[in-house]
Design a protein around this ligand. Structure first.
Ligand code: PGA
Length: 246
């Protein structure tokens, strides 16, 4: 198996039905993109987006519960996302870890639930600024990764390295730090050659070429810039300049 580049958008808690024109505008580019393009949407938009976007774009959720169904008001299961047409789901995003106190053990169970439902989990890990400044970035990310992966090795899952301090701040990690952390993450994976590792944190058209050209970076997880079709298109165009398969 080889690793196909992935550019994944994360709309977070943004987006109304009137914003789905985004997919019409993106269609000409995604039809010719060599990378796998995915947009992770609020659950309310998933089924509608699938009607709009054709085959060129995968649609994902942003979180799922560990269980299949049951008395969990406000939660959504991986099976429900799959039923709505999603193919992917983000688990363990730092905003979920922060806002909902999600532990890596829970994230691992969510990743397992996603795989069981036929979804590709995008498992997020990343250190805080304090942890990086204390020289603990590698230790923290390694521990988070080991605890967040599903019990059974699965090359279909995707890992996203997102330094918390780079998310939504406009501060992107130094290229050498990204390269070293991705190399380290790969060394910790049960199926290192086949598992895709995305970088996330203030990825924009202007920095995407440098980031995506790193040999252990298999794509990007894009927040703010995925809300603007011009910016997201610029990142997809940057991916076209790279070898689509690693
Ligand atoms: P950002 O978000 O691109 O706005 O920094 C990335 C993410 O949170 O996935």
């Amino acid at each position: 198996m080889s690793r196909r580049m992935m550019i994944a958008g994360n709309w977070k808690m943004n987006g109304l039905r009137s914003d789905l024109d985004f997919f019409d505008a993106l269609a000409p580019l995604t039809a010719s993109a060599s990378a796998e393009i995915v947009v992770c949407l609020p659950a309310t938009l998933i089924a509608l987006a699938i009607q709009r976007c054709g085959n060129g774009v995968g649609i994902g959720g942003q979180d799922c519960h560990t269980g299949q169904s049951g008395a969990h008001t406000g939660d959504i299961s991986a099976a429900m996302l799959r039923d709505a047409g999603a193919g992917h789901v983000i688990v363990g995003h730092s905003e979920r870890r922060r806002d909902h106190g999600e532990s890596s053990v829970t994230v691992s169970a969510k990743a397992e639930a996603a795989l069981a439902a036929g979804l590709v989990p995008i498992i997020c890990v990343g250190e805080t600024l304090e942890e990086r400044e204390a020289g603990q970035a590698r230790e923290v990310v390694g521990a988070q990764l080991r605890a967040s992966l599903p019990q059974q090795a699965n090359a279909g899952l995707v890992v996203a390295y997102e330094p918390v301090w780079a998310i939504g701040t406009g501060r992107v990690a130094a290229i050498t730090d990204i390269a070293q952390m991705h190399e380290f993450i790969r060394s910790q994976l049960p199926q290192p050659r086949d598992t895709r590792i995305l970088y996330g944190g203030s990825v924009k058209p202007g920095n995407a070429v440098d980031i995506l050209s790193l040999s252990d970076v298999d794509g990007a997880l894009v927040g703010g810039a995925s809300l603007e079709v011009a910016q997201f298109s610029g990142i997809i165009e940057a991916s076209v300049q790279q070898s689509p398969v690693r």
